[in-house]
Design a protein around this ligand. Sequence first.
Ligand code: MG
Length: 292
Amino acid sequence: MSRISRAKFELTKMGMVLAWAMIVGSGRSGWAEEPNAPGVTLPRIGYVDSPFLPNSRWRVHDLYRPRPSIVHVAPSPAPASPPSDAVVLFDGKDLSQWMKRVDDPQSLQPAGWEVKDGAIVVVGGSGDIQSIATFADCQLHVEWSAPTPPEGGSQGRGNSGVYLMGHYEIQILDSHENTSYADGQAGAVYGQYPPLVNVTRPPGEWNSFDIVFEAPRFSGARLERPAYVTVFQNGVLVQYHREIMGVAAHKHTTEYKPHAPAGPVLLQDHGNPTRFRNIWVRPLNLAQSADQ
Ligand code: MG
């Protein structure tokens, strides 16, 4: 985006703010509320003071970035069995494939979440958990369910996340009749790309993510090739071959930090008792696939 077009865009936004002030001043709610579901209007939430994303008209978590439109799907079917070549990280039984997020390699600790009724449940305050196995390019399947009854709002409601290689977050949020900034909704590459649509089922129901991830390539400290991600939520495309900008960040632009060629699947403790089931990974080598 050129400086001139960005300046024009900023002027347009200033005009919108002025119009909003006039509408509110005249006693009407106006555009400051947005439709979320038929008959439901919710206040806008987002930032106007965060930095601009690179090559974008939008700021990180931009108040004005359009919210994804809503797509409805039927309730989740029973979980399907993993493919025969999958590494199963959770099959409803135990946390043997998981540990607490590694902050200190000299002090590994067990995962502090619970298993209840065949699902992993986040125990708020116990910390993120990560898979013991590590992966690079992969296909990842994970199912999640937002807490019910829902509590809190925006990013405080049903927030968790799936971090590929422990760094790149696909957001989990109760985005059903819950407004928040576009790049923080369920299925977002957090802080970078909103999902193409909002296809989040109501809290208590199960959502699925099917993720195709191409790991970044580093040559020493230098990034040779960024990561790419494609995501289906509940069978609906929400991210298509997005070039990931860097590690997940809140209210800041981001960059890559060199890391090992393989990393864990990490699940986020954001304080909400999100549930998980049926987690499996198919390791891939996407760099070679074009030559086969
Ligand atoms: Mg999150």
